[in-house]
Design a protein around this ligand. Structure first.
Ligand SMILES: [Zn+2]
Length: 309
């Protein structure tokens, strides 16, 4: 079987202010590297429009309505210091959620072995009722709930190696024992949450904070000791990766020192867990990554590893 890549041109139409790190060029850099002939074997699909029904499994309708009404017809609207809406943002957000569900559909029905969604804006900072930190809808959360509601999947694990803590995903699944959320991230750093003591009401939140300057060896040990035993015990039936590449040493927003080989490594490790418990089912969703070269190289290592099935 093969690896699926889902994207859509509308993801370039979510605009942010000049100088903002979360910019359309991020996806252009990814598109360019994945055009290379070594990625020829990828199955490619364009992102479907997400449904309000799917989004409403992770966010209240009031949040969906608020974003819809706030989207401008021209110019930019600021939701907070970092998060903006442009005329193209609504469609990008809807298709980002749609692509995440589409990836779940294709992986769960065995059309492909695994899938990577190259979309923006990212999602893991979007809380149940609040857009923040460049994020509008929490795509990983929407995908997890979609897998459960539509495909009858029981236990879903979301593993997040973005340099920032996924406060939004943690918020949405804080009291949900059917979804395990595991995160490595730099602390202290935006958004401030993610201490190891934050464990959720059912002890299914697993936070493994790292310190500025930590490298791949420390990262790998943290994953092996802090996350893998918890995943093994949880036995997820589907693994969703919040694939942020801003823990790369080149990244301007993070202070960790990972290199692309580290992203290939964790991808392989998560695929092994999925092979053991989840029939190999892995859905990966792009989150952060703000140095274009580091982002492109890391995404290439990640997708190349997914393609080893
Ligand atoms: Zn990030």
């Amino acid at each position: 079987m093969s690896t699926l890549l889902i994207s859509h041109p509308c993801f370039l139409d979510h605009l942010t202010p000049i100088g903002h790190p979360e910019r359309p060029d991020r996806l252009r850099a990814i598109d360019r590297v994945l055009e290379h002939e070594r990625f020829q074997a990828l199955e490619r699909e364009t992102a479907a429009m997400g449904t309000v029904e799917a989004i409403a499994r992770a966010h209240p309708m009031a949040h969906v309505d608020r974003l819809y009404k706030a989207a401008p017809e021209e110019g930019l609207v600021r939701l907070d210091a970092d998060t903006t809406l442009s005329p193209g943002s609504w469609e990008a957000a809807l298709r980002g959620a749609g692509a995440a569900c589409q990836a779940v559909d294709e992986v769960v029905t065995r059309k492909v072995s695994n899938a990577f969604v190259a979309s923006r804006p990212p999602g893991h900072h979007a809380e149940h009722e609040r857009a923040m930190g460049f994020c509008l809808f929490n795509n990983a959360a929407i995908a997890a709930r979609h897998a459960q509601a539509v495909h009858g999947i029981g236990r879903v694990a979301i593993v997040d190696f973005d340099v920032h803590h996924g406060n939004g995903t943690q918020d949405i699944f804080w009291a949900d024992p059917s979804v395990m959320y595991c995160s490595t991230h730099q602390m202290p750093l935006y958004p401030g949450s993610g201490a190891a003591s934050e464990r959720g009401e059912a002890d299914t939140i697993v936070n493994v904070p790292l310190s500025a300057g930590d490298d791949g060896a420390i990262f790998r040990e943290a994953v092996e000791t802090g996350i893998l035993p918890r995943l093994e015990a949880f036995k997820p039936e589907l693994i969703i990766i919040s694939a942020g590449f801003d823990a790369h040493a080149r990244d301007p927003l993070g202070g960790l020192n990972l290199v692309e080989a580290d992203f290939g490594w964790i991808t392989r490790v998560l695929m092994d867990v999925a092979d053991q418990h989840a029939g190999g089912r892995v859905v990966s969703l792009l989150e952060g990554g703000y140095d274009l070269e580091g982002l492109a190289r890391s995404t290439a290592a990640h997708v190349m590893t997914l393609m080893t099935g």
